[in-house]
Design a protein around this ligand. Structure first.
Ligand code: ADP
Ligand code: MG
Length: 334
């Protein structure tokens, strides 16, 4: 069987690849010098500071050889933009590290660069540099993204206080459901629901415009990448508080319910699945109204799912306030 990405040879040399495919992506940031220098220069307006994040993606772990190259590129960029958004930062630019596997050909690289070009426009960011190597191992790529916040204002995981309320954007579990569909679950699911869930897995929607609007509102925040409960547990630890989440309030989409059903097991699965790239945050309960307004003006659903209390850990509660046992709160690599 031949796959869509099988061995079209790589003919572009390293520098031709950079000049032809990547330099155009650097055109909008003068500090990138057209990718013709040893380094880029970052311009940070006074009163602002840089927020920096990095995510690595490995073939076979985060994506598969047959995944569309443009989607691999866009997901790699978007997971980084999601980290910046959760910190209240406005994204500006990024570096790209590539370790190219033998099966990567010119056509794959061109489609990869085209995916980056699309998302650069959409999220107003520019490529400013990177590094390229070849390997006999799996394709590995790494993006380091830069954003800005007013100095000292980055929203931390630390900062949640007892009596704050807990909020989450969008819906939880769709990406996990999409992955389950790709692995063969969901026979009988409508084509509409299938493709909605798969695209939530392959192409997350980072909350880039919402994030900076949480400055001055959120007392703590993070992006949900490993599973809602595992991630809220990070906030609980860093803030030295207990986080109580009402299972019934976790926003689970109709498509995910169509796949997994409407019961409590679905909520548990959704809240531990990961790859959501939504923002979970805490804020004073008295700011509830401001958050409702923000949800309306930003067009991003934000729902209140629980509260911060004295104590420790993140806990999932049923509708009588009883703790639901969580066998595995989220994803870990090892
Ligand atoms: P050096 O050898 O000085 O580290 P390189 O030859 O690795 O420089 O890179 C030349 C230029 O191309 C630099 O501006 C670098 O940032 C850029 N570059 C190299 N690889 C990539 C890549 N994968 N994506 C974007 N820019 C890249
Ligand atoms: Mg280099």
């Amino acid at each position: 069987m031949t796959s869509s990405n099988s061995n079209p040879p790589r003919q572009l040399g390293e520098f031709a690849m950079i000049a032809k495919l990547f330099a155009p992506l650097a055109a909008n940031d003068p500090g990138a010098f057209g990718l013709t220098d040893d380094a880029a220069a970052l311009n940070v307006p006074s009163g602002q500071e840089l927020v920096v994040t990095k995510d690595m993606l490995v073939e076979g772990v985060h994506f598969l050889r047959d995944d569309p190259p443009d989607l691999v590129a866009r997901k790699a960029l978007r997971v980084n933009l999601s980290d910046l958004a959760a910190k209240g930062a406005t994204p500006k630019s990024y570096l790209l590290g590539l370790s190219l596997a033998p099966w990567i050909g010119d056509a794959w690289l061109a489609r990869f660069a085209a995916g980056l070009a699309d998302d650069q426009k959409r999220f107003a960011v520019a490529l400013i540099g990177g590094d390229t190597t070849a390997t006999t191992g799996p394709l590995t790529l790494s993006i380091t993204a830069f954003g800005t916040v007013p100095s000292g204002r980055m929203i931390r995981r630390k900062g949640a206080r007892p009596r704050d309320a807990v909020f989450v954007s969008g819906s939880i579990g769709d990406a996990g459901a999409g992955l389950a569909v790709l692995k063969g679950e969901g026979v009988g699911l409508s084509d509409f629901d299938r493709s909605a869930l798969i695209s939530r897995y392959q192409l997350p929607e980072p909350r880039v415009s919402l994030g900076p609007q949480l400055l001055g509102l959120a007392s703590s925040a993070l992006d949900v990448s490993d599973g809602l409960l595992a991630d809220l547990d990070h906030i609980a630890k860093m803030s030295e508080v207990r986080i109580a989440v009402d299972a019934a309030k976790i926003p689970v989409s109709r498509a995910t319910q169509a796949l997994w059903g409407q019961g409590p097991d679905t909520v548990l699965r959704a809240a531990t699945a990961g790859d959501d790239y939504e923002i979970a945050f805490t804020a004073p309960a008295s700011d509830r109204k401001r958050i409702e307004d923000l949800s309306r003006t930003s067009g991003v659903a934000i729902v209140e799912i629980g509260r911060v209390e004295a104590g420790s850990g993140a806990h999932l509660l049923d509708d009588r306030g009883k703790s639901i046992a969580v066998p595995r709160a989220g994803f870990t690599h090892f």
